[in-house]
Design a protein around this ligand. Structure first.
Ligand code: FES
Ligand code: FES
Length: 157
């Protein structure tokens, strides 16, 4: 099938790229742009590891074709902070031991980013419901919920 040229903005940078119609967004981000912070687990929309924001809403990048995103604004985990300059949510994850292997973490962070933008004072119920679509094999979730609570409390100050 013939490649189609699209324009997307990823983490604030505009790209014009020719993409094959069947190229998944996760593969575009990781393979074409080298943004390997977005992880791929189940590859069929269940685990949430591949979550990114598209025009401000969290979405599974393993379920989207890149060609669908012409004109869209995408945010990945790389947009949040750097190793030496974590953003407050990442800092809360570090502080509250909200990760072990870290495989689910990029998806958790992007889902929580979406949640906190929409509900800056999210309740425990909203946090738990908001994260319920992201699977973690390691942490038992409590520390992740604690970290998001801490980010909410920090914002409320
Ligand atoms: S890799 Fe996309 S939801 Fe699991
Ligand atoms: S920290 Fe290992 S899967 Fe979540």
């Amino acid at each position: 099938m013939r490649a189609r040229t699209i324009t997307v903005t990823v983490n604030g940078t505009a790209y014009e790229c020719a993409v094959e119609p069947r190229l998944l967004l996760a593969d575009f981000l990781r393979g074409t742009l080298g943004l390997t912070g977005t992880h791929v687990g189940c590859e069929h929309g269940v685990c949430g590891a591949c979550t990114v924001l598209v025009d401000g809403d969290s979405m599974r990048s393993c379920l989207l074709f890149t060609v669908q995103l012409d004109g869209c604004r995408i945010e990945t985990v790389e947009s949040l902070g750097t190793l030496n300059n974590l953003n407050p949510l990442q800092e809360a994850f570090r502080e509250h031991h909200a990760l072990q292997c870290g495989f689910c973490t990029p998806g958790m962070l992007m889902t929580a980013t979406d949640l906190l933008r929409k509900y800056p004072l999210a309740t425990d119920k909203q946090i738990r419901e908001g994260l319920s679509g992201n699977l973690c094999r390691c942490t038992g979730y409590e520390h992740i919920v604690k970290a998001v609570h801490a980010a909410v409390t920090e914002r409320a100050r």
